[in-house]
Design a protein around this ligand. Structure first.
Ligand SMILES: Cc1cc2nc3c(=O)[nH]c(=O)nc-3n(C[C@H](O)[C@H](O)[C@H](O)COP(=O)(O)O)c2cc1C
Length: 187
């Protein structure tokens, strides 16, 4: 499935990270008319931990990863664990071919207990997607526990930042399509 696909590197149920990723995907899907899909580590299941290649993943997990690779744009998020993204969040991207996300519009998000590690987006997530040469939008969205309530983003500052970031993601998606469209030779 193409469309807007979100991945949250969390096992928690409920997950604040998944809620933040879902909010971004819903908004992007609404603005573009594309389908939205969100999954997290729990959806990928136990095969992720031992997989050395994407083919080692269970069938359902492989389909989810394939949807991420085929997406028009992606939203990624991780809870902060010990000042960085979670180990299994990184492990999923370790399985992905270095060329598979080149030019892909990507919105970066993260959640943490407080605001102390808000720069995880700039210091860890952005370099990872720099490696993949993805089209990462300038605005990342970090939310602390106090910025969400019952899976809803309640902080007006974070809601505004999400709106800005999703606007950039939709812009990147549309400009990518413009570049890909063949130039008309009709007189
Ligand atoms: C093992 C572990 C390590 C954590 N380390 C940090 C940390 O370094 N900085 C921080 O702000 N929050 C830390 N937290 C808190 C989580 O990042 C925070 O609760 C997050 O919103 C959880 O997201 P989730 O509900 O999607 O799992 C840690 C939580 C756990 C379980």
């Amino acid at each position: 499935m193409a469309g807007i696909v979100g991945f949250a590197g969390s096992f928690s149920q409920p997950s604040r990270t998944r809620s933040l990723v879902q909010a971004a995907v819903d908004d992007a899907a609404h603005r573009t008319g594309l389908r939205g899909l969100v999954f997290d580590l729990g959806d990928l299941g136990a095969s992720l931990g031992t997989a050395k290649r994407i083919d080692d993943l269970g069938q359902d997990a492989r389909k989810l990863v394939e949807s991420l690779l085929a997406a028009d744009a992606i939203v990624v998020g991780s809870p902060v664990y010990k000042g960085s993204y979670t180990g299994l969040f990184k492990h999923l991207f370790d399985l992905i071919d270095p060329d598979a996300l080149r030019g892909k519009p990507v919105l970066l998000t993260a959640t943490g207990g407080g605001h102390r590690h808000a720069l995880v987006i700039e210091h860890q997530l952005r370099p990872l997607f720099g490696f993949f040469e993805s089209a990462v939008v300038p605005t990342g969205v970090y939310a602390a526990s106090s910025d969400l309530d019952g899976g809803v983003v309640t902080s007006p500052e974070i809601v505004a930042r999400l709106t800005t970031a999703v606007g950039q993601l939709v812009g990147a998606l549309k400009s990518g399509r413009e570049v890909a469209r063949p130039i008309s030779t009709a007189a």
